[in-house]
Design a protein. Structure first.
Ligand code: ZN
Length: 266
């Protein structure tokens, strides 16, 4: 049996069908590059899946000479891999090579027209992994984090509109009800006295209520249930307004009015 070589056209087609890369999935190196004097440096070859000649690796006497040199019997590999598969036939049976070929062609089909990652992309990816920040779009990253937080919290209860802020090391989450939402605030037994006292001060003097979230549960909204889970302080504050207290004394018999100095609230 003489050697059934592939035609030049078959070789070129095999090569182009895998985008000039080695078809071994563990290799995948590019197999051509420019050389001096407008020439091409080629480190790939069209290997035969079933032996091209008598005594060759992976023999198959059941196929014809035509089939042996047809494109179906070829696989594009780099020069290292093409030597490797012939030296270690058992490790690289024809079925495996056919799978490599099919996968490499499928990969080339997917990658056609797609941008491959550049060297700087790799650096940016590592920088992003280490810092948690994309290198080029830090300004967007900040707003993206806020948007993502707002969206994920809004999803817990769509009756609220969420606005997040991060100022001077503290995160604040603004929760604005779009409609009337009934909620139940439950204070644990050991915090009730403290809460009652502070609540009284809120009603009478407008001072803020501040109580640990450990002692609270809010029922009626998944959003509040989630937020309250985080350790922190729950506070209720009333809008503060400066007031001026005016006092007059009116004498019953004479109707004489005596006025006092205004007392200005701070
Ligand atoms: Zn290779």
């Amino acid at each position: 049996m003489s050697r059934d070589n592939f035609t030049k056209k078959t070789i070129e087609t095999l090569k182009a069908r895998v985008a000039h890369r080695c078809s071994n999935p563990n290799c995948r190196v590019p197999t051509s590059a420019p050389a001096e004097d407008n020439k091409v440096n080629n480190i790939g070859s069209a290997a035969h899946i079933f032996a091209a000649s008598e005594g060759g690796p992976r023999p198959n006497n059941a196929i014809s000479s035509e089939e042996r040199k047809s494109i179906n019997n070829g696989i594009w590999l780099c020069s290292n891999c093409s030597v490797d598969i012939d030296r270690d036939e058992k490790r690289y049976p024809p079925e495996l090579l056919k799978k490599w070929k099919a996968d490499a062609e499928a990969q080339a089909r997917t990658e056609l027209g797609q941008k491959l990652p550049s060297n700087t992309d790799a650096i940016d990816t590592v920088a992003a992994a280490l810092t948690g920040m994309p290198k080029n779009i830090i300004t967007h990253a900040i707003s993206n984090v806020h948007q993502a937080t707002e969206i994920s919290l809004s999803r817990l209860d769509s009756r609220f509109h969420i606005k997040t802020q991060y100022i001077d090391g503290s995160t604040s989450i603004g929760i604005f009800a779009k409609e009337n939402v009934p909620l139940a605030l439950k204070v644990d037994a050991e915090y009730t006295q403290e809460y009652a006292k502070q609540h009284q001060m809120l009603i009478e003097h407008g001072s803020d209520v501040e109580i640990s979230t450990n002692g609270l549960t809010i029922e009626g909204s998944k959003l509040f249930e989630e937020i309250i889970k985080e350790a922190g302080t729950f506070s209720i504050s009333s809008p503060k307004k400066k007031a001026i207290q005016k006092l007059w004394l009116v004498q019953d018999d004479t109707n004489l009015i005596e006025s006092f100095d205004d007392i200005r609230g701070e």
